[in-house]
Design a protein around this ligand. Structure first.
Ligand SMILES: Cc1ncc(COP(=O)(O)O)c(C=O)c1O
Length: 370
């Protein structure tokens, strides 16, 4: 994996050269590339990276503070505890679960493991770009298939576009649209895909919806991988913890691509504590849904068009090149974005706090009327 510092990355002036320079780019890197200048100034509204403004829960913070004194030890038993906690909660054999440093590494490693010059990477368009970049660097064809009219993955078109697919990437809810692909479509994809291909279901944002997870597919099959992250609803993007869930043989093929490493103990104790808190997910789902709904009502009242989302981000139609509004909003100290080439007049907005969304509304009204 390439080494980079956030600072050195920000000195790369154009997104295109950044994309060429790095093997893969993840959410903050893509947001920084779209920003094309220094980090957000203090006091600005950062709703461009699908982060959670609430940060880690109080319990997670206390667990991290309490473990600091043990920082001189690897303490991999704490990682086992996280894996066992998740496995027990979801009815898995722990051999199906591995802790990862966010879901970026297992996503990249899965793409490296299952795509090649003979076996393409198949994804939705617009979709999360990380896997596309990795597949491209892996010499695999990247097959981008437009979403359906209801903004679901078009599984029939995905199957038709790549009969030799190595990996189908389903992001549910999808980044950037926040829309769901029905379970029946995922089942259809699995029933009709090439035998040796793998379906990776990225559930980074699943906690924001009421929709059931596809974890059962990773339990019953050896060709489905599910990824989870603590970066979104759990507010731990900067702490770094994720989970790779797959049949042990499949999981091993993924992990073999990356080599072994220990987890940061702060991340695993925060993640375990978060999992054990029964109020955390419902409470944060409610907060996000309330602010998202208020924002949608405001957009409705003001005649703006958006795609209804079930996640912590949504796409809004700015009816002109999206970059113009992105740049104008940045001048108001409100950072939104990105823009996807297939939807050039739409801009992605992350759901922030009530106060941040009030500032979004003021700035958006101003730049749209200009
Ligand atoms: C769909 C999706 N998958 C995976 C990731 C990777 O996140 P992390 O490495 O923080 O878990 C992101 C980040 O925004 C994402 O949007």
């Amino acid at each position: 994996m390439p080494r980079f510092s956030r600072r050195s990355f920000l000195h790369v002036s154009a997104a295109a050269s950044a994309a060429a320079a790095f093997q893969f780019m993840t959410e903050p890197m893509l947001a920084a590339a779209a920003r094309r200048h220094e980090p957000h100034p203090p006091g600005s509204v950062a709703i461009d990276s699908n982060e959670n403004p609430l940060g880690p829960s109080q319990g997670a913070r206390a667990a991290m503070a309490a473990i600091l004194g043990q920082g001189g030890r690897y303490s991999d038993n704490l990682t086992d505890e996280l894996v066992n906690t998740f496995a027990q909660m979801e009815g898995f054999d722990p051999a199906y679960v591995s802790a990862t440093v966010g879901s970026t590494p297992p996503l990249a490693l899965s793409v490296m493991a299952f795509t090649s010059s003979e076996h393409p990477y198949v994804t939705a368009d617009p979709g999360f770009e990380l896997g596309m970049n990795v597949a491209d660097h892996n010499g695999a064809r990247v097959v981008k298939v437009p979403l359906t009219a209801s903004h679901a993955h078009d599984v029939k078109a995905m199957l038709a576009a790549a009969p030799d697919a190595g990996l189908f990437y389903i992001c549910n809810p999808n980044n950037p649209t926040g829309t769901m692909t029905p379970r029946a479509d995922i089942d259809y994809l699995i029933a009709n895909k090439p035998k040796d291909s793998v379906v990776l279901i990225d559930e980074a944002y699943i906690h924001f919806t009421e929709t059931p997870s596809a974890l059962d597919l990773a339990k019953s099959r050896n060709d489905v991988i599910v990824l989870r992250t603590f970066s979104k609803v759990y507010g731990m993007a900067g702490i770094r913890c994720g989970l790779l869930i797959a049949h042990p043989d499949t999981k091993q093929k993924v992990l073999n691509r990356g080599g072994f490493n220990f987890m940061p103990i702060t991340a695993v104790v925060a993640a375990t504590t978060s999992l054990k808190d029964p109020q955390l997910v419902p409470e944060r789902r409610r907060i996000n849904a309330t602010i998202r709904q208020q924002t949608f009502q405001w957009l409705d009242r003001n005649g703006f068009t958006y795609i209804p989302s079930e996640s912590n981000c949504f796409m809004v139609d700015v009816k002109r090149p999206g970059q113009e509004i992105h740049d104008a909003m940045a001048k108001e100290n409100v950072f939104v974005g990105r823009i996807w080439p297939i939807m050039p007049s739409w801009v992605r907005v992350t759901v922030g706090t009530q106060d941040e969304m009030a500032r979004f509304q003021t700035a958006f009204q101003k730049v749209m009327r200009a």
